[in-house]
Structure formats: structure tokens, C-alpha cells
Ligand binder design. Structure first.
Ligand code: FNR
Length: 189
């Protein structure tokens, strides 16, 4: 079972992106455990805070470092990705030399009620994930126009084509993590 740290850039309760991530978590349940990382309580990045690091920052680093992979789920804000994600990424790269993202398998997904389906926001995030040294899955991309009828009230995927599309992504992400991860020692397995 792979542990996936999920970072959702939307902090609001009724996040469409959270709906998407939870639906994928359901589809992936046989091989991946999705653990949502809290980023809403991180302070805005301030170098001075390292003198006495906030628990929320230490928790973020711990949870990312313990995960087998990181899934970023981002809303699109003004053709870019969520500032909450940028803040979390910045915290994770420090202290210098202790970059929590280094060599982590990663992927980006997202949705929007707009016709572009959060593609522009995802593209901006993807270039940053290379800079911070994650190992990123390029395909398949998951961006689409969110329509409420695609998802059922229980959080499952109601639309068959969408379910197949997301299931294909799940299988690819599962295989990708195996391909790019170093073999586990017997103590870690
Ligand atoms: C948006 N939204 C938006 N949508 C889009 O497709 N392209 C965009 O550039 C923007 N820009 C934007 C800016 C700001 C400040 C907000 C608050 C919203 C709409 C956005 O996609 C919509 O609110 C989603 O529902 C946000 O995702 P969650 O919170 O539902 O996951």
C-alpha cells in the first residue's frame, strides 16, 4: 500500500478540487492511501520563524517526507495555482539543504467550473515542481470542467467516462511511483 500525501490548494469547505481528490482516493483505495495534508494553518513564509519553527511547518515536512508520493490538487486562481500551495512548497524547501520535496514522485491534478478546467494553473505549478526537485508524472493530465452531475452525493464518480478516465490516471500514477522510487529495504517494506 502506497501512502500519498495530498495537498489541496483550496482551503474552502466545499472545494470542488477536494471532491475530485476524494473521488480519486476512492478509486485508488486498493493500492494507495490518500492522506490530506493540512496547509491552511501554515503561516506565510517568514525566515525569522525558523528560530522557533511552528508545529504546522514541522508537521508538513514530516508528512511529506514520510509519504511515497505527493499529489497536488490545485484550483486555478487568475491563471495560476493556489498561493496556499506556493506557501507550503516554500516551507518544504527549507531549512537550506533539507528540502522535503527532493526526489518525491509527484503529480498535479485539478478542476474548475471554467472551460479551461484549471489547466493554466496546473501548468504554472508543474514548472515549480521541477525546480524544487520532485520527480513529476507528465501524463495523463487531469484537467476538466467541473460539473456537479459527474460526482454522486456519496463522493463517488457518477459519470462512467469520467470514472474510466480517472481510473486510467490512478493506474498510471501507481505504476509511475513504482518506476521512479528506489527499492525499499526490508525494514521499510
Ligand atoms: C477563480 N476561479 C478561476 N477559474 C478558472 O478557471 N480560471 C481562473 O483563472 C480563475 N480565477 C479565479 C481567481 C480567484 C481569486 C478565485 C477565488 C476563483 C474560479 C475557481 O476555479 C472556482 O472558484 C473553483 O471552485 C475553485 O476551486 P475549489 O475551491 O472549488 O476547489
Amino acid at each position: 500500500m502506497k501512502n500519498i500525501a495530498v495537498i489541496n490548494g483550496s482551503l474552502r469547505k466545499d472545494s470542488l478540487n477536494r471532491t475530485l481528490a476524494e473521488a480519486i482516493a476512492g478509486l485508488a483505495a486498493e493500492s494507495m492511501r490518500f492522506q490530506f495534508v493540512e496547509i491552511g494553518d501554515l503561516p506565510l513564509y517568514n525566515e525569522d520563524l525558523w528560530a522557533q519553527p511552528p508545529e504546522s511547518v514541522l508537521r508538513l515536512k514530516r508528512e511529506v517526507e514520510a509519504a511515497d508520493a505527493v499529489l497536488f490538487v490545485t484550483p486555478e486562481y487568475n491563471r495560476s495555482f493556489s498561493p496556499a500551495i506556493k506557501n507550503a512548497i516554500d516551507w518544504g524547501t527549507r531549512p537550506w539543504g533539507q528540502n522535503s520535496w527532493e526526489s518525491k514522485p509527484s503529480a498535479v491534478i485539478g478542476t474548475s467550473p471554467g472551460a479551461g478546467g484549471a489547466m493554466a494553473g496546473q501548468n504554472a505549478l508543474k514548472s515549480l515542481l521541477t525546480v524544487v526537485d520532485t520527480v513529476q508524472m507528465g501524463q495523463p493530465e487531469v484537467y476538466f470542467q467541473f460539473k456537479p452531475e459527474l460526482f454522486a452525493a456519496d463522493g463517488s464518480v457518477a459519470d462512467e467516462k469520467t470514472r474510466e478516465f480517472l481510473m486510467r490516471w490512478v493506474r498510471r500514477f501507481d505504476g509511475f511511483i513504482e518506476r521512479v522510487s528506489p527499492p525499499k529495504t526490508s525494514a521499510q517494506a
